[in-house]
Design a protein around this ligand. Structure first.
Ligand code: MN
Length: 515
């Protein structure tokens, strides 16, 4: 058996199913390009049938990001003709297309959700694999809720779909219920009992509801699985998926014990993590393995002493190996464009000239109001100016003036552009943010509900930039907006308007269904 583990990244599909983490097509392209640099073998770019936006994302990632050398780009499709056909329409003509079709096999799902007999599910699975194979030679089949499926039936389904042409069979722990030793046994059982299993790659797709997604994936790999489905930062439905960076660094760091490898360029792990977190607004917890802020921070004096003498005393892998640089170069208003570009490069951002100029301008104006500009500040700038790609804005903030304090009731005066027309309005509120938001809501006529408002100081000091994140909801669409500024009222207004523009885009994107 090969010692290479295929890394199947589903950040753009399952990851995007994290509440509030939705990405627009341009953002998906950016992430996909980063995943290609990272060296993932397969990118699941979306679920083509589900919406016009997903269809477009699959189509563009498959045609624009992938080439003959890879990565393979795949679309999810339920075991339904219209789904498989939509997947094929999106992938048609791409250099390395894969159709990934799935159906539930567990009694719980078949009986309560799909009202389908086992025989019917099996027939549907075989038919749809066959249909997929009539379009592409690379077909993956998933037995949804496999970890709670009767094993004899699971073997039967797998044998039939491989016979029908599936080249990868995926065993999902859809609800995150499996335990590592049991899940490993399931994989071992499949190898021993599915007669034609040598004709397909065994894949796993584990969820993290009990915090076991990575452990379960690892156990599967030890028992013969050769593809792992995972996401950057472990994002995904509910508690998320197995985290790509953890899987990859386990295989690399413990190659001595496992003897397995991946084709991931690990130095791009951290940049990929930052990119996904910037685009989705899903912040990585500081103690997260591999990519958390504290993952390589040593606090204890004894540990620091050891590290100074010899790094391997307390470091099982180096921060550089995952793309975290140790540079402590302080940036300020005397830093030039060249130094700025170099710093960005060290942080994993390689920007084109136009983007660099935009970011550099913001950096200069920030450096004027703030003595030291930290990496986090630069990141916030890149995030706001470059990474969050916007559709043509319906709403733009032109001017903002607020009154607040202990004497006068908080009030705001705003000048905005709405659909190209300049408008001015004033409003009062409980506080300055409330006054600003009420005024913006009136000027834009939005019917959205504000679910969450949070403000974070990006660095220490009272001259720090405030970063505001808001979450809005309208008719089932949830979007996130962000804004950063040394004045938190301005940051708040920017975040709100950013979210409103994203909501407009989302409503448009989801309107028409494909096929
Ligand atoms: Mn999933």
């Amino acid at each position: 058996m090969t010692d290479k583990i295929i890394i199947f990244d589903t950040t753009l599909r399952d990851g995007e199913q994290s509440p509030g983490a939705s990405m627009n097509v341009e953002e998906k392209i950016r992430v996909a390009k980063e995943l290609k640099k990272l060296g993932v073998d397969v990118i699941e770019a979306g679920f083509a049938f589900s919406s016009a936006g997903d269809f477009e994302a699959v189509r563009r990632v498959a045609h624009e990001v992938s080439d003959e050398k890879g990565p393979t780009v795949c679309s999810l499709a339920r075991a339904k003709e219209e789904d498989v056909k939509a997947a094929w329409e999106a992938l048609r003509g791409a250099p390395r297309p894969r159709i990934h079709t799935f159906i539930s096999t567990s009694e719980i799902h078949l009986k309560h959700q799909f009202k389908m007999t086992r025989a019917e599910a099996l027939r549907r699975a075989v038919e749809m694999v066959r249909l997929s194979r009539s379009f592409v030679s690379d077909v993956e089949f998933s037995a949804m809720d496999a970890s709670r499926t009767d094993l004899k039936y699971l073997y039967e389904v797998l044998e039939a779909v491989i016979e029908a042409g599936a080249t990868t069979v995926n065993i999902p722990d859809t609800v995150g219920y499996a335990l590592p030793h049991q899940f490993g046994e399931i994989i071992k059982g499949i190898k021993a009992n599915v007669k034609n299993i040598d004709k397909a790659v065994i894949s796993v797709h584990c969820h993290n509801d009990l915090g076991l997604a990575v452990a379960n994936s690892l156990s599967a790999v030890i028992n013969g699985a050769r593809q792992v489905e995972c996401t950057i930062n472990g994002i995904g439905e509910r508690a998320g998926n197995a985290s790509l960076e953890e899987i990859v660094m386990i295989l690399k760091t413990r190659k001595d014990a496992l003897g397995l490898k991946t084709s991931i360029v690990t130095e791009y792990l951290y940049p990929a993590s930052r990119l996904v977190s910037a685009i989705t607004g899903m912040v990585v917890q500081p103690n997260k393995a591999i990519v958390g802020d504290n993952a390589f921070a040593h606090e204890s004096g004894i540990h620091q002493d050891g590290l100074l003498k010899e790094k391997t005393t307390y470091e099982i892998m180096s921060p550089e190996s995952v793309g975290i640089s140790r540079s402590t170069l302080v940036m300020g208003k005397h830093s030039g464009r060249h130094a700025f570009r170099e710093r960005l490069k060290e942080m994993g951002y390689e920007l084109g000239d136009a983007d660099l100029n935009k970011a550099f301008e913001r950096f200069k104006s920030l450096a004027d109001s703030k003595k030291e500009v930290f990496d986090e500040d630069i990141e916030a700038i890149v995030q706001e100016e470059v990474l969050r790609i916007e559709v043509p804005d319906r709403f733009r903030l032109l001017k903002l003036d607020v009154v607040s304090g202990t004497e006068k009731p908080p009030a705001a005066v705003l000048e905005m552009e709405v659909d190209g027309k300049k408008m001015t309005d004033t409003g009062k509120g409980d506080g300055p943010v409330d006054a600003v938001y009420k005024t913006i809501a009136r000027m834009t006529g939005t019917r959205s509900k504000l679910l969450r408002y949070s403000v974070n100081a990006i660095t220490g000091g009272t001259d720090a930039q405030g970063e505001v994140t808001v979450r809005l909801e309208e008719a089932g669409h949830i979007v996130l907006g962000q804004g950063a500024h040394t004045d938190i009222i301005v940051a708040s207004a920017r975040a709100y308007i950013n979210a409103l523009n994203r909501l407009e885009h989302k409503k448009k994107e989801k309107k028409e269904r494909v096929v």
